[in-house]
Design a protein around this ligand. Structure first.
Ligand code: KIV
Length: 267
């Protein structure tokens, strides 16, 4: 089937995949080309993650990325994607300064990009915020467990083991209207328990195989990012090495006068 003929995946489609026992696939994109590539690979969901602060901007944490920068990237991704459901991260502090500001910020994401939902890092205190967003029709994916936006308070990225609090937070997100919940860095058994306790799909990252779907950073999956490699990251190709070889070949051929040859020149 051509991409044009394929229907857009909707929020109800994602929710129904859990009931149907179909695993959900999700990866990150931050620009048009990568988003098109992911859509061609038939991902179910694409995330414009605030990880772009680290992957694209070269920052140490996700904290510095602004709402305007998220919207700039989300606009490119939204324009490229025809099939997958596109979710945009709400950056640090864009959903903590009162309900009115949060509605305005999340509203901007949906109005200024062709994306379909927002994601926010949720503790128990975010239930009211999720409720306010979903009540005006803004679909919300909650992000429970390790919350990278709290890294300064945590000291470092850690596996989250407070079972009672994790389950309560996931349930609060569900009852506030979240259509899906990312579970980051949660031990396998707890992630399985959360997945059984909620009716909306859980999307795991570093939370084992029992989640309803999986998400990773695309640059990690493709082996493009060679910085920090957490235990849960698997390289499905080695694009950094392959790209380096190609780039070195280009330099060598230019330096030795091999490129451009007749085939790549005009007469
Ligand atoms: O920002 C991000 O990329 C995320 C992940 C869940 C991959 O939040």
């Amino acid at each position: 089937m051509t991409k044009e003929a394929m229907q857009r995946i909707t929020i109800p489609d994602i929710v129904e995949m859990k009931a149907a026992g179909k695993k959900i696939t999700m990866l990150t994109a931050y620009d048009f080309l990568m988003a098109e590539l992911l859509d061609d690979a038939e991902l179910d969901m694409i995330l414009v993650g605030d990880s772009l602060a680290m992957v694209v901007q070269g920052r140490d944490t996700t904290l510095p990325v602004t709402l305007d920068q998220m919207i700039y990237h989300a606009e490119m991704v939204g324009r490229a994607v025809k099939h997958a459901l596109v979710v945009v991260d709400m950056p640090f502090l864009s959903f903590n300064l009162g309900i009115e500001k949060t509605l305005e910020s999340a509203g901007r994401v949906l109005k200024e990009t062709a994306c379909q939902a927002v994601k926010l890092e949720a503790g128990p205190e975010q239930a009211e915020t999720i409720q306010a967003l979903t009540s005006v029709g803004i679909p919300v994916m909650a992000h429970v467990g390790l919350r990278p936006q709290s890294v300064l308070a945590m000291g470092r990225y850690r596996v989250q083991r407070d079972k009672a609090q994790l389950i309560a937070t996931a349930k609060a997100a569900e009852s506030s209207g979240a259509f899906s919940i990312v579970l980051e860095c949660i031990p396998v058994e707890i992630a399985e328990e959360i997945t059984s306790a909620v009716s909306v799909p859980t999307i795991g990252i570093g939370s084992g195989p029992g989640c309803d779907g999986q998400v990773l950073v695309t640059h990690d999956v493709l082996g493009l990012f060679d910085g920090f490699k957490p235990r849960f990251v698997k390289h499905f190709s080695e694009m950094r090495q392959q790209s380096l070889q190609g780039l070195k070949s280009y330099c060598r051929e230019v330096r030795e006068g091999i490129f451009p040859d007749d085939e790549h020149s005009f007469r």
